[in-house]
Design a protein around this ligand. Structure first.
Ligand code: PLP
Length: 380
């Protein structure tokens, strides 16, 4: 099987599992317990927090462990909006992950916020001038994703952060898909909050982190025992936190080389598909895109039919985003960047992990061409 669905999830890396193992077995203590087993767990958690902080250029006290990207997005958006007395206005984009859009909509429905969506071009890019024009003295928070999970477009986050800072508005960015490929240094990016998820970069599902800049006030979403310095109650996932820390460390050491190698393979893959299926539409931005992501609309097919045919040939990928999979609705991202709903239904997303090989990419491109032609009813 050739796995081209790394944006949906990844396998846990051996080094990550090995680092986690002690905290799932012998050193299984609760970090809140005062006995030695608890203290060892608390030490491991503190070390994991310091390590995650180092990976993103933050202070340990600015890292909150969560159950994943969805929870980190919810905590950032609801937590900052409800803690900040500045106003009741949020700025976001129409191509955000549902965890962001639904959190904003919750604030609109239950807390009287208004939500402005900044327009995106057909390439998915947010224009910094348009973004800045939406920020008002009433704007409590802006939230713009770093890299899109469906079309791969990478936003000019540092520039957007500068604009937000000039207007006195904190900027949150969902970096779930950027992690492992792009810099996560929060000082370079200039963001006030950043969402990370473990399972997209070789840590397990169910662990994530939210960075929140020191001076930004945060109202908790989960109430209870006051763990994570009151920001996120619930017994900490010690092994998960250790795993996330190791996954981020590993990714940081190979990130630039991985991005260079995989983006070359991605471009070969795109060229191969477009040569064999000339009417395929490549989504997203030509160059500002995630190294491992290529998504196409195969006009005259259904994305689901292409997926099935591909799986028969041993290639695993996904239609639109995995999170929206199973719904019949066309992807909100593809519609927002201008595709007709019928065209959006033909989208197939291919996402490569850092371990992808040249041979796999070559074989996959050939398989995609033959699968699309088969579904279009064109003889191979
Ligand atoms: N944000 C983005 C951009 C994602 O791609 C995903 C998952 O696909 C999430 C958030 C949700 O992360 P998690 O699966 O860890 O809840």
């Amino acid at each position: 099987m050739i796995y081209l669905d790394s944006a949906a999830t990844t396998a846990v890396r051996r080094e990550v599992l090995e680092a986690m193992w002690p905290y799932l077995t012998g050193d299984f203590g609760n970090p809140s317990s005062t006995h030695s087993l608890g203290e060892r767990a608390a030490d491991a958690l503190a070390e994991a927090r310091a390590s995650v902080a180092r990976s993103i250029g933050a202070r340990a006290s600015e890292v909150i462990f969560t159950s994943g990207g969805t929870e980190a997005d919810n905590l950032a958006i609801k937590g900052i909006a409800l803690a900040t007395p500045r106003g009741r206005h949020i700025v976001t984009s129409p191509i955000e992950h549902e965890a962001v859009l639904e959190s904003c909509d919750y604030l609109r429905r239950h807390h009287g916020f208004t939500v402005s969506l900044v327009g995106v071009g057909s390439d998915g890019l947010v224009d910094p001038d348009e973004f800045a024009a939406l920020l008002t003295p009433d704007t409590t928070l802006a939230t713009i994703m770093y890299a899109n999970n469906e079309i791969g477009t990478v936003q000019p986050i540092a520039e957007l952060a500068e604009r937000a800072r000039a207007a006195g508005v904190p900027l949150h960015s969902d970096a779930v898909q950027a992690a492992g490929w792009l810099t996560l240094n929060v000082a370079e990016l200039g963001v006030d909050a950043l969402t990370l998820s473990g399972h997209k970069l070789g840590a397990p599902k169910g662990i994530g982190a939210l960075y929140v800049r020191g001076r930004v006030a945060l109202e908790p979403v989960l109430h209870g025992g006051g763990q994570e310095r009151g920001a996120r109650s619930g017994t900490e996932n010690v092994a998960g936190a250790v795993g996330l820390a190791v996954a981020l460390q590993l990714a940081e050491t190979t990130r630039e080389a991985d991005a260079a190698r995989v983006s070359t393979l991605r471009d070969e893959f795109i060229a191969g598909v477009l040569q064999g299926v000339p009417d395929a539409l490549l989504t997203g931005h030509a160059t500002h895109r995630l190294p491992g992501l290529a998504s196409f609309c195969f006009v005259g097919t259904s994305g689901e039919a292409v997926l099935l045919e591909l799986e028969r040939q041993g290639i695993v990928s996904s239609s639109g985003s995995a999170c929206a999979a199973g719904s019949d609705e066309p992807s909100h991202v593809l519609v927002a960047v201008g595709y007709e709903p019928e065209v959006a239904q033909t989208a197939v997303r291919f996402t490569m992990g850092p371990g992808i090989t040249d041979d796999e990419v070559r074989e996959a491109a050939g398989a995609v061409v033959s699968a699309v032609r088969a579904v279009q009813g064109i003889a191979r």
